[in-house]
Design a protein around this ligand. Structure first.
Ligand SMILES: [Zn+2]
Length: 259
């Protein structure tokens, strides 16, 4: 298994508990190949401010100087605002980032915000949103896809129509939009009525389907509380789904952006 990275972590620049420096120190100690600092970039968040964004990039830049143990990527986690491909990250700031994730969250109209009453309409909106994210060149990965288990109605991985999943998978493969297998995915199914082992089994099937269409994957802790490098569940899912090594992101191939 070659997914020895953690490409989704949060620091005190958003709602994480620890500094960029501590994340990098831990990643070096754990002998990860790469870590991405991907603080939230949502409407009105600290990173949307120019001065704070500059300081953020400077801190990540400083943390990768003077060591070559671990690749440290300048990233952010933006959010889908609607189902049509509007996201919260400014294109000008995106141009200065090396690894951009996008998730569905509380500001995502038509999915996690104002969730449709009917599950089918909800799931169609989720797929439409993800399809539109594939058209945005600076979005590298979809953060914890299908985090739709805590809404009313809830949409479990097995609820999604296969034809829609295949349409999305083939577009993600064609546009090289990476699927983030996030370690704490079970969190997003707290209210779904599923047992943890059922979440795992259903997510493995999802990953299998996306892998079969040629989608690439990353693993992550989505760390907020010093769980850097904790990708135990992510690796278990990739292994059970039989994802080939060639379909796992190789951070060495990501072009660094200086200053
Ligand atoms: Zn996150």
């Amino acid at each position: 298994m070659s997914a020895n990275h953690d490409l989704h972590t949060h620091t005190t620049f958003s709602d994480g508990a620890h500094s960029v420096a501590l994340h990098v120190l831990e990643a070096r100690a754990f002998e990860l190949d790469a870590i991405a600092i991907t603080d939230h970039y949502t409407p009105g968040s600290a990173l949307a401010d120019d001065a704070t964004f500059d300081r953020y990039l400077a801190e990540i830049g400083a943390a990768r100087q003077g060591q070559d143990d671990v690749i440290v990527l300048k990233g952010a986690e933006t959010q889908a605002m609607d189902t049509r491909g509007t996201v919260s990250l400014d294109a000008r700031h995106a141009a200065r980032l090396e690894w951009v994730l996008c998730d569905l969250g509380g500001a995502s109209e038509g999915t996690l915000r104002n969730t449709p009453d009917h599950r089918n309409a909800y799931m169609e909106n989720v797929i439409r949103t993800y399809l539109s994210l594939c058209d945005i060149p600076y979005i590298n990965a979809i953060a914890h896809p299908f985090n739709t288990g805590n809404t009313t109605p809830c949409a479990r991985p097995e609820d999604y129509p296969e034809v829609l999943l295949r349409e999305l998978a083939s577009k993600m493969a064609a546009t090289d939009t990476v699927f983030d297998v996030m370690n704490d995915t079970v969190y997003w199914f707290t209210n779904s009525g599923l047992q943890p082992c059922q979440v795992t089994a259903q997510y493995v099937e999802l990953v299998k389907l996306f892998a079969a269409e040629g989608v690439r994957f990353q693993v992550s802790s989505d760390d907020h509380r010093s769980g850097v490098g904790n990708t135990r569940w992510s690796l278990l899912v990739l292994e059970r789904a039989g994802v080939p090594v060639g379909q796992i992101v190789d951070p060495r191939s990501i072009m660094p952006i200086e200053a």
